[in-house]
Ligand binder design. Structure first.
Ligand SMILES: [Zn+2]
Length: 303
Protein backbone atom coordinates (compact mmCIF):
# COMPACT_ATOMS: atom_id res chain seq x y z
CA UNK A 1 0.00 0.00 0.00
CA UNK A 2 1.43 3.37 -0.98
CA UNK A 3 1.60 6.23 1.51
CA UNK A 4 -0.18 9.52 0.85
CA UNK A 5 1.90 12.68 0.59
CA UNK A 6 0.50 13.81 3.95
CA UNK A 7 1.60 10.57 5.60
CA UNK A 8 5.05 10.90 4.05
CA UNK A 9 5.37 14.49 5.26
CA UNK A 10 4.27 13.50 8.78
CA UNK A 11 6.98 10.81 8.77
CA UNK A 12 9.72 13.14 7.55
CA UNK A 13 8.69 15.76 10.12
CA UNK A 14 9.04 13.15 12.88
CA UNK A 15 12.38 12.09 11.40
CA UNK A 16 13.60 15.70 11.54
CA UNK A 17 12.46 15.99 15.15
CA UNK A 18 14.40 12.81 15.93
CA UNK A 19 17.56 14.33 14.49
CA UNK A 20 17.00 17.49 16.57
CA UNK A 21 16.55 15.35 19.71
CA UNK A 22 19.72 13.43 18.95
CA UNK A 23 21.67 16.70 18.88
CA UNK A 24 20.01 18.18 21.95
CA UNK A 25 20.25 15.02 24.05
CA UNK A 26 23.64 13.71 22.83
CA UNK A 27 22.68 10.34 21.39
CA UNK A 28 23.07 8.76 17.95
CA UNK A 29 20.47 6.74 16.07
CA UNK A 30 21.51 3.39 14.63
CA UNK A 31 20.99 2.85 10.90
CA UNK A 32 20.88 -0.90 10.39
CA UNK A 33 21.02 -2.54 6.96
CA UNK A 34 18.59 -5.27 5.98
CA UNK A 35 18.76 -7.74 3.12
CA UNK A 36 16.01 -10.05 4.38
CA UNK A 37 12.92 -10.05 6.56
CA UNK A 38 14.56 -11.85 9.50
CA UNK A 39 17.05 -9.02 9.92
CA UNK A 40 14.19 -6.50 9.95
CA UNK A 41 12.49 -8.56 12.69
CA UNK A 42 15.75 -8.52 14.68
CA UNK A 43 15.93 -4.71 14.45
CA UNK A 44 12.25 -4.26 15.34
CA UNK A 45 12.58 -6.50 18.40
CA UNK A 46 15.69 -4.69 19.61
CA UNK A 47 13.98 -1.31 19.10
CA UNK A 48 10.92 -2.46 21.03
CA UNK A 49 12.88 -4.03 23.89
CA UNK A 50 15.05 -0.94 24.39
CA UNK A 51 12.46 1.73 23.40
CA UNK A 52 14.98 3.00 20.88
CA UNK A 53 14.33 4.93 17.66
CA UNK A 54 15.93 3.13 14.70
CA UNK A 55 16.59 3.56 11.02
CA UNK A 56 16.35 0.57 8.72
CA UNK A 57 18.52 1.05 5.67
CA UNK A 58 18.99 -0.54 2.27
CA UNK A 59 21.84 -0.11 -0.17
CA UNK A 60 21.44 -0.43 -3.92
CA UNK A 61 21.93 -4.21 -3.92
CA UNK A 62 19.52 -4.61 -1.00
CA UNK A 63 16.88 -2.53 -2.80
CA UNK A 64 17.27 -4.78 -5.84
CA UNK A 65 16.90 -7.89 -3.64
CA UNK A 66 13.73 -6.78 -1.82
CA UNK A 67 12.14 -3.92 -3.79
CA UNK A 68 11.49 -0.32 -2.69
CA UNK A 69 7.75 -0.70 -2.12
CA UNK A 70 8.20 -3.96 -0.22
CA UNK A 71 10.76 -2.34 2.08
CA UNK A 72 8.47 0.62 2.79
CA UNK A 73 5.50 -1.69 3.47
CA UNK A 74 7.42 -4.14 5.65
CA UNK A 75 8.92 -1.36 7.76
CA UNK A 76 5.49 0.23 8.20
CA UNK A 77 3.88 -3.10 9.09
CA UNK A 78 6.49 -3.97 11.71
CA UNK A 79 6.51 -0.39 13.01
CA UNK A 80 2.78 -0.69 13.74
CA UNK A 81 2.95 -4.27 14.99
CA UNK A 82 5.78 -3.56 17.43
CA UNK A 83 4.72 0.00 18.31
CA UNK A 84 8.18 1.43 17.61
CA UNK A 85 9.77 4.56 16.12
CA UNK A 86 11.33 3.34 12.88
CA UNK A 87 12.29 5.04 9.61
CA UNK A 88 13.83 4.02 6.28
CA UNK A 89 17.11 5.23 4.83
CA UNK A 90 18.32 4.71 1.27
CA UNK A 91 22.00 3.87 1.82
CA UNK A 92 24.76 4.75 -0.72
CA UNK A 93 22.45 5.41 -3.63
CA UNK A 94 24.53 5.56 -6.82
CA UNK A 95 22.19 7.74 -8.90
CA UNK A 96 19.87 10.73 -8.66
CA UNK A 97 17.07 8.68 -10.26
CA UNK A 98 17.24 5.98 -7.57
CA UNK A 99 17.06 8.68 -4.91
CA UNK A 100 13.99 10.23 -6.52
CA UNK A 101 12.22 6.86 -6.59
CA UNK A 102 12.91 6.31 -2.89
CA UNK A 103 11.72 9.85 -2.07
CA UNK A 104 8.53 9.13 -4.05
CA UNK A 105 7.73 6.01 -2.01
CA UNK A 106 8.32 7.92 1.22
CA UNK A 107 11.80 7.08 2.47
CA UNK A 108 12.55 9.59 5.23
CA UNK A 109 16.33 9.51 4.76
CA UNK A 110 18.26 9.52 1.48
CA UNK A 111 22.01 9.04 1.10
CA UNK A 112 23.25 10.12 -2.33
CA UNK A 113 26.74 8.77 -2.91
CA UNK A 114 27.99 9.69 -6.36
CA UNK A 115 31.66 9.11 -5.47
CA UNK A 116 31.18 5.50 -4.38
CA UNK A 117 29.55 4.63 -7.70
CA UNK A 118 32.25 6.47 -9.65
CA UNK A 119 35.55 7.05 -7.83
CA UNK A 120 36.61 9.43 -10.61
CA UNK A 121 33.56 11.71 -10.30
CA UNK A 122 34.55 15.38 -10.20
CA UNK A 123 33.70 17.59 -7.23
CA UNK A 124 31.46 19.68 -9.51
CA UNK A 125 29.55 16.59 -10.61
CA UNK A 126 29.14 15.34 -7.03
CA UNK A 127 27.89 18.75 -5.87
CA UNK A 128 25.48 19.18 -8.82
CA UNK A 129 23.90 15.74 -8.39
CA UNK A 130 23.70 16.05 -4.61
CA UNK A 131 21.98 19.44 -5.00
CA UNK A 132 19.49 17.94 -7.43
CA UNK A 133 18.48 15.37 -4.78
CA UNK A 134 18.32 18.04 -2.05
CA UNK A 135 15.95 20.09 -4.21
CA UNK A 136 13.77 17.11 -5.13
CA UNK A 137 13.56 16.03 -1.46
CA UNK A 138 11.98 19.39 -0.49
CA UNK A 139 8.63 18.09 -1.77
CA UNK A 140 8.39 15.38 0.91
CA UNK A 141 10.82 16.77 3.50
CA UNK A 142 13.17 13.77 3.26
CA UNK A 143 16.60 14.35 4.81
CA UNK A 144 19.53 14.11 2.42
CA UNK A 145 22.98 12.82 3.36
CA UNK A 146 26.16 12.93 1.31
CA UNK A 147 29.92 13.32 1.37
CA UNK A 148 32.42 15.04 -0.92
CA UNK A 149 34.58 12.04 -1.77
CA UNK A 150 34.85 8.29 -1.61
CA UNK A 151 36.06 6.58 1.54
CA UNK A 152 37.24 3.07 1.93
CA UNK A 153 36.21 -0.46 2.72
CA UNK A 154 33.20 -2.62 1.85
CA UNK A 155 30.57 -4.22 4.09
CA UNK A 156 32.23 -7.58 4.35
CA UNK A 157 34.88 -9.51 6.27
CA UNK A 158 38.37 -8.24 5.41
CA UNK A 159 41.54 -10.22 6.13
CA UNK A 160 43.96 -7.39 5.42
CA UNK A 161 44.77 -5.10 8.32
CA UNK A 162 44.21 -1.36 8.17
CA UNK A 163 46.84 0.98 6.69
CA UNK A 164 46.07 4.10 8.72
CA UNK A 165 48.54 6.29 6.82
CA UNK A 166 46.68 5.52 3.56
CA UNK A 167 43.28 5.98 5.16
CA UNK A 168 44.20 9.32 6.72
CA UNK A 169 44.49 10.72 3.22
CA UNK A 170 40.74 10.16 2.81
CA UNK A 171 39.72 11.78 6.12
CA UNK A 172 37.23 14.64 6.04
CA UNK A 173 38.57 18.09 6.87
CA UNK A 174 36.61 20.82 8.71
CA UNK A 175 37.11 23.21 5.76
CA UNK A 176 36.11 20.59 3.17
CA UNK A 177 33.04 19.63 5.19
CA UNK A 178 31.90 23.24 5.47
CA UNK A 179 32.47 23.96 1.77
CA UNK A 180 30.49 20.83 0.77
CA UNK A 181 27.60 21.51 3.14
CA UNK A 182 27.41 25.16 2.01
CA UNK A 183 27.49 24.15 -1.67
CA UNK A 184 24.85 21.42 -1.46
CA UNK A 185 22.47 22.27 1.41
CA UNK A 186 22.51 18.67 2.67
CA UNK A 187 20.92 17.73 6.01
CA UNK A 188 23.57 15.20 7.04
CA UNK A 189 27.30 15.11 6.39
CA UNK A 190 28.89 11.63 6.24
CA UNK A 191 32.21 12.16 8.01
CA UNK A 192 35.34 10.07 7.44
CA UNK A 193 37.46 10.08 10.61
CA UNK A 194 38.79 6.53 10.66
CA UNK A 195 35.44 4.80 10.17
CA UNK A 196 35.63 2.20 7.40
CA UNK A 197 33.11 -0.15 5.82
CA UNK A 198 33.48 -3.78 6.86
CA UNK A 199 35.10 -5.89 9.56
CA UNK A 200 38.90 -6.00 9.91
CA UNK A 201 41.37 -8.11 11.90
CA UNK A 202 42.33 -5.11 14.05
CA UNK A 203 39.90 -2.73 15.79
CA UNK A 204 39.16 0.58 14.12
CA UNK A 205 40.35 3.88 15.57
CA UNK A 206 38.34 7.07 15.25
CA UNK A 207 39.98 10.52 15.30
CA UNK A 208 37.64 12.18 17.80
CA UNK A 209 39.60 15.44 17.82
CA UNK A 210 39.02 15.78 14.09
CA UNK A 211 35.38 14.83 14.57
CA UNK A 212 35.00 17.66 17.10
CA UNK A 213 36.55 20.13 14.64
CA UNK A 214 34.15 19.00 11.91
CA UNK A 215 31.26 19.32 14.38
CA UNK A 216 32.35 22.90 15.13
CA UNK A 217 32.60 23.78 11.43
CA UNK A 218 29.08 22.82 10.25
CA UNK A 219 25.49 23.14 11.50
CA UNK A 220 23.91 20.07 9.87
CA UNK A 221 23.77 16.51 11.22
CA UNK A 222 26.83 14.26 11.07
CA UNK A 223 26.73 10.54 10.27
CA UNK A 224 29.37 7.85 10.65
CA UNK A 225 29.45 4.96 8.19
CA UNK A 226 31.40 1.76 8.69
CA UNK A 227 30.54 1.35 12.36
CA UNK A 228 31.13 -2.42 12.51
CA UNK A 229 34.06 -3.66 14.60
CA UNK A 230 34.57 -0.27 16.19
CA UNK A 231 35.32 -0.32 19.94
CA UNK A 232 32.06 0.79 21.58
CA UNK A 233 33.56 3.64 23.61
CA UNK A 234 34.12 5.54 20.34
CA UNK A 235 30.38 5.58 19.70
CA UNK A 236 29.59 6.96 23.14
CA UNK A 237 32.12 9.74 22.62
CA UNK A 238 31.00 10.39 19.03
CA UNK A 239 27.37 10.73 20.11
CA UNK A 240 28.39 13.23 22.81
CA UNK A 241 30.38 15.22 20.25
CA UNK A 242 27.23 15.41 18.13
CA UNK A 243 27.05 12.51 15.67
CA UNK A 244 23.37 11.77 14.98
CA UNK A 245 23.43 8.62 12.83
CA UNK A 246 25.74 5.59 12.85
CA UNK A 247 25.52 2.88 10.16
CA UNK A 248 25.93 -0.79 11.03
CA UNK A 249 25.93 -3.61 8.52
CA UNK A 250 28.85 -6.08 8.64
CA UNK A 251 28.54 -7.00 12.33
CA UNK A 252 24.92 -8.02 11.71
CA UNK A 253 25.73 -9.95 8.53
CA UNK A 254 28.50 -11.76 10.38
CA UNK A 255 26.20 -12.75 13.26
CA UNK A 256 23.47 -13.81 10.81
CA UNK A 257 25.69 -16.13 8.81
CA UNK A 258 27.58 -17.61 11.78
CA UNK A 259 24.36 -18.42 13.63
CA UNK A 260 22.70 -19.76 10.48
CA UNK A 261 25.65 -22.11 9.85
CA UNK A 262 25.51 -23.25 13.48
CA UNK A 263 21.77 -23.89 13.53
CA UNK A 264 21.86 -25.73 10.18
CA UNK A 265 24.69 -27.96 11.42
CA UNK A 266 22.78 -28.70 14.62
CA UNK A 267 19.57 -29.59 12.75
CA UNK A 268 20.59 -31.67 9.70
CA UNK A 269 17.11 -33.21 9.31
CA UNK A 270 15.02 -30.04 9.52
CA UNK A 271 13.94 -28.82 6.06
CA UNK A 272 11.51 -26.19 7.30
CA UNK A 273 14.34 -23.69 7.66
CA UNK A 274 11.82 -21.08 8.81
CA UNK A 275 11.60 -22.99 12.12
CA UNK A 276 15.32 -22.41 12.67
CA UNK A 277 15.23 -18.69 11.98
CA UNK A 278 14.22 -17.38 15.44
CA UNK A 279 17.65 -18.45 16.73
CA UNK A 280 19.27 -16.57 13.82
CA UNK A 281 17.39 -13.33 14.33
CA UNK A 282 17.98 -13.54 18.07
CA UNK A 283 21.73 -13.45 17.33
CA UNK A 284 21.31 -10.42 15.07
CA UNK A 285 19.04 -8.76 17.65
CA UNK A 286 21.83 -9.06 20.24
CA UNK A 287 24.17 -7.14 17.91
CA UNK A 288 21.58 -4.41 17.35
CA UNK A 289 20.93 -4.09 21.09
CA UNK A 290 24.63 -3.74 21.84
CA UNK A 291 24.94 -0.89 19.31
CA UNK A 292 21.79 0.87 20.57
CA UNK A 293 23.20 0.85 24.10
CA UNK A 294 26.54 2.25 22.93
CA UNK A 295 24.85 4.95 20.82
CA UNK A 296 22.88 6.13 23.85
CA UNK A 297 19.57 5.74 21.99
CA UNK A 298 17.86 3.34 24.41
CA UNK A 299 14.69 4.89 25.89
CA UNK A 300 14.78 7.78 23.38
CA UNK A 301 11.86 6.69 21.20
CA UNK A 302 8.94 9.10 20.96
CA UNK A 303 5.68 7.59 19.75
ZN1 LIG B 1 28.16 3.28 4.32
Amino acid sequence: MGLTINQIRDNTTRARHLMQRSRAQGFAVGAFNIDNQETLIAIARAAQKLSAPVLVEVSDGEVKAIGLDNIRDMVDNYRLEYGIEMYVNLDHSPTVEDCKRAIDVGFEFIHIDISQANHDATTEDIIAKTKEVVEYARFTGALVESEPHYFGGSSNLHVESIDYEEIKKTFSTPEGAKAFVDATGIDTFAAAVGNLHGKYPVPKQLDLELLQKIRDSIDCQISLHGGSDTPLHYFEEAAKIGVSKININSDMRFAFRKELEKVLAENPDEYAVVKLMPQVYAAVQAVVEEKIQAFGSANRAVM
